[in-house]
Ligand binder design. Structure first.
Ligand SMILES: *Cc1c(COP(=O)(O)O)cnc(C)c1O
Length: 368
């Protein structure tokens, strides 16, 4: 009974026939780039998300980079980004010569703190990149109001909450990644909708931004060999799209199993004061990309060692705040992120975890 953080093999075996056939079809067609599965996937995804444009690309980092390029930002423009996130979010900002402005997060939901965003808005602020961390949406209604007031673009980094939805106060429900000017996601294998290599996509309801993002992904050309702007080469290949077309049909089933696992953890660990279970946002659904505990006065390394002895993996997302990273040093004050980095621990979360495994994991934690 081997437990993994993400059980990609177990998941594959259940859909092996469908996935193998889809991959073989691509090989038979030899249309490895921009083949039919890519167009089908973009269209299936647009329908699933109820968004006007889906632009598939090479990976989630490219999706962020291309989105920021499509906004025509100038070197020195400031882009607000949470301090508690994967480095890719800040990396593309810095890479484009823009200035990442880090802001602290909420201690309970781990999402970017909107009051902190407001405090960091300056005349140079041109974009906000909220990250829907661990599987639920940041407080998008408040962020969009603020962005609108200050005429700032919003690019949602939705690498971790693909399939989640956010409910606005007027009752309308919108998919994560489709609320801002642009949204991005990653199909890295361990993401909630993962392919068998690298992949990503950009979402937007804005025709002009869509056209621009599409051109940037394709060397800045609309017509072959006519390059009207500097772009990049970023494509989702046909084999990855074929895998994603199969897996998209299972995404909601996967999300409900992840919620089952999260509910199980909540039920057992919620009674133990040494563990603070992750708080759920009021107006967002949760797809539990990660199930992340806060440890109260526990030695994290010792606990991880204790789990490991029973064959249970665990991971720290993230051990170092962005402001302390050599590449993104910032003088600001980030007490919440700093504290979280010392206390968080993510438990195994996958579509394949069984009750027997969940019992072992939770017993091992409670018996620490
Ligand atoms: C995974 C991830 C990315 C990057 O996606 P890649 O496909 O690996 O480039 C960006 N942002 C966040 C929050 C992520 O979790």
């Amino acid at each position: 009974m081997s437990i993994q953080m993400v059980d990609l093999k177990g998941q594959y075996l259940k859909i092996k026939d469908e996935v193998d056939a889809a991959i073989q079809d691509v090989i038979d067609s030899t249309a490895f780039i921009n083949g039919t599965p890519v167009k089908e996937f973009a269209s299936n995804l647009a329908q699933y998300l109820s968004v006007k444009h889906v632009i598939p690309c090479g990976n989630g980092t490219d999706a962020l980079q291309v989105s920021l390029m499509a906004l025509d930002l100038k070197p020195g423009d400031e882009v607000i980004v949470p301090c508690f996130t994967y480095a890719a979010t800040a990396e593309v900002i810095a890479l484009l010569g823009l200035t990442p402005v880090l802001v602290d997060v909420d201690p309970d939901t781990f999402q970017v703190n909107v009051a902190e965003i407001e405090k960091h808005i300056s005349p140079k602020t041109k974009a906000i990149v909220p990250v829907h961390l661990f599987g639920q949406c940041a407080d998008m209604e408040a962020i969009l109001v603020l962005a609108n007031e200050h005429n700032i673009a919003v690019v949602e980094d939705n690498a971790q909450a693909f399939g989640a939805t956010y409910t606005f106060s007027d009752g309308s429900r919108v998919s994560a990644g489709c609320m801002g000017h642009l949204g991005t996601t990653s199909f890295f294998p361990s993401k909630n909708l993962g392919c068998y290599g690298d992949g990503g996509a950009i979402f937007t309801n804005d025709d002009q931004l869509a056209e621009k993002a599409r051109m940037i992904c394709n060397h800045g050309q609309k017509k072959k060999y006519h390059h009207s702007m500097v772009g990049v080469n970023s494509r989702l290949d046909s084999i990855q799209a074929a895998v994603l077309n199969v897996k998209l049909n299972y995404l909601d089933t996967y999300a409900s199993h992840r919620n089952y696992v999260a509910d199980y953890y909540d039920r057992v660990l919620g009674n133990d004061s040494r563990f603070t279970i992750p708080k759920r946002m009021n107006n967002s659904s949760h797809v539990f990309h990660q199930y992340t505990l806060k440890l109260n006065h526990l030695d994290r390394a010792e606990l991880q060692e204790h789990l490991k002895k029973s064959g249970i993996p665990s991971t720290v997302y993230y051990p170092v705040p962005l402001n302390e990273q050599e590449a993104y040093k910032s003088v600001g004050s980030y007490p919440i992120t700093q504290d979280l980095c010392t206390r968080v621990l993510s438990l195994p979360m996958s579509t394949e975890l069984t009750d027997e495994q969940l019992e072992l994991i939770t017993n091992t934690l409670v018996n620490f």
